[in-house]
Design a protein around this ligand. Structure first.
Ligand code: CMC
Length: 430
């Protein structure tokens, strides 16, 4: 990484030299960390649209060309040839595992899937209509109570590894239990002879009980979805995990915050919002054009959910892969669903529409992932939980990198626009 190039800033008759950092994919960034002490200036960039918050070696993303790579491996190749736990290992530890390393990793995870029985008491305290994302975030945070050593900021990386394994092992159990709470159904315990994805389906639906009972098209689509969601560099939830962790809060607390950030409809919550939007369209007569006009109307806050992305302005490479998986699942299951038919119609019309073309608004991964989850019978408010299961290794990798590189506490500045100093006036004189 070269640090020798410099940019110049001329301001108020003075010249300032700003070092340029160049990344391994030739991305150039102005390093303004000393700008304020030298010139008194800060930078402002609401929503961090053009601000690199860190240097990271985990995920490379080029939104203009639709490139996404984990640790240098293309998402297309990983989705085709790898599986979710292998990709998790790659993201967290930096390299693809050997056979022995992967076996050990999978065995460790498989032997930690149970959660403490007292977690059930916490779960029982939630009302039945609780959104599973809120329950999941709370349960993950509650793990600090069961593993208090995780709160020690001076733990070695070896000790932190125990927390990493527990999180990957227990998140499917907690996720399925948050669903069972919502349905007021008895919880299902993990069945460790099943693989990661099948075990989750088993805890949700009671099936499969053996690996052979799962339809391979479904197993492959779910595994692909988890892989495609596994990391996405400095997005809203990953940045949240890093910033919470930068205060030396525990990994459990940081992941709990990441789940909360993912929940919103502009981020991971979009997959739920897509199906709710399509259902509303269907119930109001299926007039796709009406909704498209609303999305274009600047006086209407309505947006087409599942379209557009902060960084992808040509196409979302994850969406290309998952669209194919969605088609396979619908074909395989022979599903006829007016809501899914409407999705196809909407996609067709939007892709030809000038408003969306000129703004680089294409279907994103959440447009198609919602379609697959619905076809599999996963309830709509569990969709974002599925996203969280996939994103977990990315959050862990981001947190671990932040700690390993001893990143300073995250603390942005601001430009104050409020009142200047004024005197307090007595309440009777106001
Ligand atoms: N429907 C209609 N217009 C849109 C949409 C949309 N979904 N998305 C963006 N626009 C318009 C927006 O009105 C603006 O138009 P103009 O330039 O005329 O003012 C222009 O496109 C740029 O939008 P922006 O809000 O400045 O873009 P952003 O980068 O801040 O927002 C986004 C990105 C994903 C929040 C936004 O596209 C959106 O709200 N999409 C719908 C929600 C969604 O599907 N989110 C999931 C993202 S994928 C999962 C993940 O990685 O989190």
């Amino acid at each position: 990484m070269s640090e020798s190039r410099k940019a110049e800033l001329h301001y108020d008759g003075k010249k300032y030299e700003i070092p340029v950092t160049v990344g391994s994919e030739n991305e150039h960034a102005l390093d303004i960390s000393k700008l304020r002490s030298e010139s008194g200036l800060i930078t402002i960039d609401r929503g961090f649209k053009n601000t690199g918050s860190t240097k990271s070696a985990i995920t490379f993303l080029n939104g203009e060309e639709g490139i996404l790579r984990y640790r240098g491996y293309s998402i297309e190749e990983l989705a085709e040839k790898s599986n979710f736990l292998e990709v998790s290992y790659l993201l967290i530890y930096g390299e693809l595992p050997s056979k022995t390393q992967l076996d050990d990793f999978v065995n460790e995870i498989t032997s930690h899937t149970l959660v403490h029985e007292d977690v059930k008491a916490i779960l029982d305290g939630f009302p039945s209509r609780s959104h599973p994302m809120g329950v999941l975030s709370s349960l993950v945070s509650s793990l600090t109570a069961f593993y208090p050593k995780s709160l020690d900021p001076n733990r070695s990386l070896d000790e932190i590894n125990g927390t990493i394994i527990r999180l990957i092992a227990k998140l499917p159990t907690l996720a399925a239990w948050s669903f069972k709470n919502r349905m007021r159904q008895p919880i299902m315990y993990p069945k460790n002879k099943l693989n990661y994805t099948s075990n989750f389906l088993h805890m949700m639906f009671g099936l499969p009980t053996t690996e052979t009972e799962i339809n391979p098209v479904i197993a492959s689509a779910l595994d692909k979805l988890l892989i495609l969601h596994a990391d996405h560099e400095q997005n809203c939830s990953a940045a949240t995990v890093r910033i919470v962790g930068s205060s030396h809060a525990s990994l459990y607390a940081s992941i709990s915050a990441g789940i909360a950030a993912l929940w919103g409809p502009l981020h991971g919550g979009a997959n739920q919002a897509v199906i709710e939007m399509l259902e509303e369209m269907k119930d109001s007569g299926g007039d796709v054009e009406k909704y498209i006009s609303r999305a274009k109307d600047k006086n209407d806050s309505f947006r087409l959910m599942g379209f557009g992305h902060r960084v992808y302005k040509n196409f979302d490479p994850r969406a290309t892969i998952i669209k194919k998986a969605a088609d396979d699942v619908l074909d395989q299951l022979g599903i006829k669903d007016p809501v899914l038919d409407l999705a196809k119609k909407l996609e067709e019309v939007v892709l030809k529409d000038e408003y969306f073309k000129t703004r680089g608004l294409y279907p994103n991964v959440d447009f198609y992932s919602g379609i697959i989850y619905r076809a599999l019978g996963i309830p709509t408010d569990m969709f974002t939980v599925m996203f969280a299961l996939g994103r977990l290794p990315g959050w862990i990798a981001q947190w671990k990198e932040m700690r390993e590189t001893t990143e300073p506490i995250g603390r942005p500045r601001q430009v104050y626009t409020g009142e200047n100093l004024r005197s307090y006036s007595d309440i009777n004189k106001r």
